[in-house]
Design a protein around this ligand. Structure first.
Ligand code: SF4
Length: 213
């Protein structure tokens, strides 16, 4: 590389060493390491396959072509807890299943998150009897409660997007610290609320199906 000729009177070329960011010759992005870690965590959720009852049908529907969970990179429900960091408890939890659920949760990667889907998982629902756990938070720490019987795919995805947001903002870890368990975020049901969004537009708080031509 030949040395650059400097003409007398010409202002010296800006460099990073002398002029900081203004002296950079290429575009760069800056950020904190903490922000980068939160971003990576938020964008890499992989759910474990864990359907327990009728709610699981709606969870499967969320992964189908109509609702397209794949747009968030999480359509492949992992068959092994070693490859998953999100547990969606979809359906009622029997006393017999509770230790299995706990074992799968323990085998998942850290950091891991839990969504309680439907009233049965969250509180036992209509099954107030000795056979069912009256709230899965007795077994694992719950971060997001998704309401409904069953919650539709739109409400489940609302819960997932809320989880995304709270991971990115750090609200989830703050709530966990304060609660000493799961974040315990409750979202509203949003199924059937028509509000059209364009393809490619990030949807917030709802997922709307485009009209059929
Ligand atoms: S909340 Fe309703 S749909 Fe879900 S598992 Fe319970 S009874 Fe079934």
């Amino acid at each position: 590389m030949s040395p650059k000729l400097i003409t007398p009177g010409e202002p010296p070329e800006k460099t990073f060493l002398t002029d900081g960011l203004e002296g950079l010759q290429h575009n760069v992005l800056t950020g904190t390491l903490e922000g980068l870690v939160k971003w990576a965590r938020q964008k890499s959720l992989w759910p474990a396959t864990f359907g327990l009852a009728c709610c699981a049908i709606e969870m499967m529907a969320a992964g189908g072509a109509h609702y397209d969970l794949a747009r968030y990179g999480m359509e492949v429900f992992r068959a092994s807890p070693r490859q998953a960091d999100l547990m969606i408890v979809a359906g009622r939890v029997s006393q017999k299943m509770a230790p299995v659920l706990r074992q799968i949760h323990d085998q998942m990667m850290e950091p891991k998150w839990v969504i309680s889907m439907g009233v049965c998982a969250s509180s036992g629902g209509m099954f107030n009897n000795y056979a069912l756990v009256q709230g899965v938070d007795q077994v694992v720490p719950v971060d997001v409660y998704v309401p409904g019987c069953p919650p539709g795919p739109q409400t489940l995805m609302h819960g997932i997007l809320t989880l995304y947001d709270s991971i990115q903002t750090g609200d989830l870890t703050r709530r966990r610290d304060a609660n000493g368990g799961g974040a315990g975020i409750e979202v509203a049901a949003v199924d059937g609320q028509p509000e059209p969004v364009s393809l490619g537009t990030p949807s917030r708080g709802h997922v709307t199906v485009l009209e059929q031509a």
